[in-house]
Design a protein around this ligand. Structure first.
Ligand code: NAD
Length: 487
């Protein structure tokens, strides 16, 4: 078997339908590029509408067959085996992820245990559920049941391909649904491997299917398919809007995790090194291709100049290069097209009167790949496009504020509401500001700490609904009340 580290060999991957790797109905394939040098990493079967119908039919049959009726303990045991298999194949998965999206290996490595936990956690949770009852004065008894919904479409983005696929598939399958996964075309490799991993773990055929192909074809067919009952989507806000319109014809249940432009607020009383290191990580981890990135850095007036100078100093020390190298902090952006889009914001920012005070260039010697230096845009006004629109790259916009009220006003001056960060040692202020920012998640003196038990999702245009813990199970189950007359 070829490994991703063997750069001379192009991998070939089919679609994963009904427990098997198969070619696309049309026989067509598309190339997946390695963002480090834009060479061909893999040739992948390109699904069309017919393939979607095949995958949905397989998932529907598996749903009506063993899966939704399987004893909870048995389903839980199978999903725990998937979790175990992910752990066993973690080194290969991490290397493949880094080769496919450009994520530094040290980050991919951390994501794999987490991806395994996405299965293990929900495999355990479903064995611990109690159904509530509501007796009515001895005359009636209400009790309710959770039931699986049916075939789910899980549509995922390219920035955390494996982690986000498992974040959806774990609870979806634990609840007794079956699924068709549609990964992003620029990064389908590890999601496709999940099909193989599930087969190795003994999951019945058709329970989990993975089909790669163009969003406007494959995604649209999934959104309109009458046998798809629910869609969990993570991606851009505009794509979510399109999916919602298409899915409205068949009234599907939707969960949307969308874009973000999160405020990272540094007060003068923050612990300097902690705020500095945390702010650097919040924008440059995964090359800034993180929905939760602290991409708007709000710094209190009194410390603005000194903090900015130290921030630039630290940004300059980050190692850019091959994502498979142990010392790399920043890899390439996912594609040349995405790099061009990120770069376009540098011109926009300068046109608006902001200043690029660090970075903005291709690092020397890395011209064949999609690399960009960590970039700092200062003198930004909150109303500028560079402060309002999601750039989704290693580009931070730095905004000055005076006092708590202005910090909150600027933090909330956004159509997004996914996350936020507050750096301060004033306990009361930490709570006040955390509560005043309209975002689904706020971190105080930390960033990107994600616990599977807590609700996750966005306010405003950053999403609809919450997933995580029982919120995931609420989405992936029908809750049915049964009322019995006792007298
Ligand atoms: P995208 O919206 O371009 O694509 C996401 C998925 O939707 C892909 O699989 C794509 O092929 C598919 N798609 C495209 N057009 C479609 C259509 N018409 N119908 C159905 N599906 C379609 O997003 P992306 O560029 O892959 O990912 C980056 C975006 O994802 C950013 O906006 C980021 O903030 C967001 N994101 C959000 C979260 C979160 O939890 N809120 C997490 C990660 C990424």
């Amino acid at each position: 078997m070829s490994t991703v580290l063997d750069r001379t060999e192009v991998q070939h991957r089919g679609l994963f339908i009904n427990g098997q790797e198969v070619p696309s109905a049309s026989g067509e394939t598309f190339d997946v590029l390695n963002p480090t040098d834009n060479s061909v990493l893999a040739r992948v079967a390109k699904a069309n509408r017919e393939d979607v119908d095949r995958a949905v039919a397989a998932a529907q049959e598996a749903f009506s067959g063993p899966w939704s009726r399987m004893k909870t303990a048995e389903r839980s045991a199978l999903l725990s085996k998937v979790a175990q298999r992910i752990v066993e194949r973690a080194p290969e998965l991490a290397a493949l992820e880094s080769s496919d999206v450009g994520k530094p290996l040290k980050e991919s490595r951390v994501e794999m245990p987490r991806a395994s936990l996405n299965f293990r956690f929900f495999a355990e949770l479903i064995t611990k559920l109690n159904n509530e009852s509501a007796p009515v004065d001895g005359d009636f008894l209400n009790y309710h049941q959770r039931r699986p919904v049916g075939v789910a479409a899980l549509i995922t983005p390219w920035n955390f391909p494996f982690m986000l696929t498992t974040w959806k598939a774990g609870p979806c399958l634990a609840a007794g649904n079956t699924c068709v996964i549609k990964p992003a075309s620029v990064a389908p490799m590890t999601p496709l491997l999940l099909g193989e991993i599930c087969a190795e773990a003994g999951l019945p055929e058709g329970v989990l299917n993975v089909i790669a192909g163009p969003g406007p074809v494959v995604g649209t067919r999934l959104a309109e398919h009458p046998d798809v009952k629910l869609i969990s989507f993570t991606g851009e806000t505009v794509t979510g809007q399109t999916i919602m319109t298409t899915a409205s014809k068949t009234l599907k249940r939707l969960s949307f995790e969308l874009g973000g432009k999160s405020a990272n607020v540094v007060f003068a009383d923050a612990t300097w090194d902690e705020a500095l290191a945390g702010s650097i990580r919040a924008i440059y981890a995964n090359q800034g291709e993180v929905c939760l990135a602290g991409s708007r850095l709000l710094v209190e007036d009194r410390i603005y100049d000194r903090f900015l100078a130290d921030f630039i100093d630290r940004a300059g020390k980050l190692q850019i290069g091959n994502p498979l190298s142990e010392s790399t902090d920043l890899g390439p952006l996912v594609s040349a097209e995405h790099l061009a889009r990120v770069r376009s914001y540098l011109e926009i920012a300068e046109g608006e009167g902001a200043k690029i005070v660090y970075g903005g260039k291709t690092p020397a010697g890395l011209e064949q790949g999609n690399f960009l230096q960590p970039t700092v845009i200062a003198d930004v006004d909150s109303r500028m496009r560079c402060a309002q629109e999601e750039i989704f790259g290693p580009v931070v916009t730095v905004i000055r504020f005076k006092g708590e009220d202005e910090a909150v006003r600027i933090a909330n001056d956004s159509k997004y509401g996914l996350a936020g960060v507050v750096w301060t040692n004033d306990l009361r202020r930490a709570h006040r500001v955390a509560q005043a920012i309209d975002s689904g998640t706020i971190w105080v003196n930390c960033w990107f700490v994600r616990d599977l038990r807590v609700p996750f999702g966005g306010m405003k245009e950053s999403g609809i609904g919450r997933e995580g813990g029982h919120w995931s199970l609420d989405f992936y189950t029908e809750q049915k009340n049964i009322c019995i007359k006792l007298t």
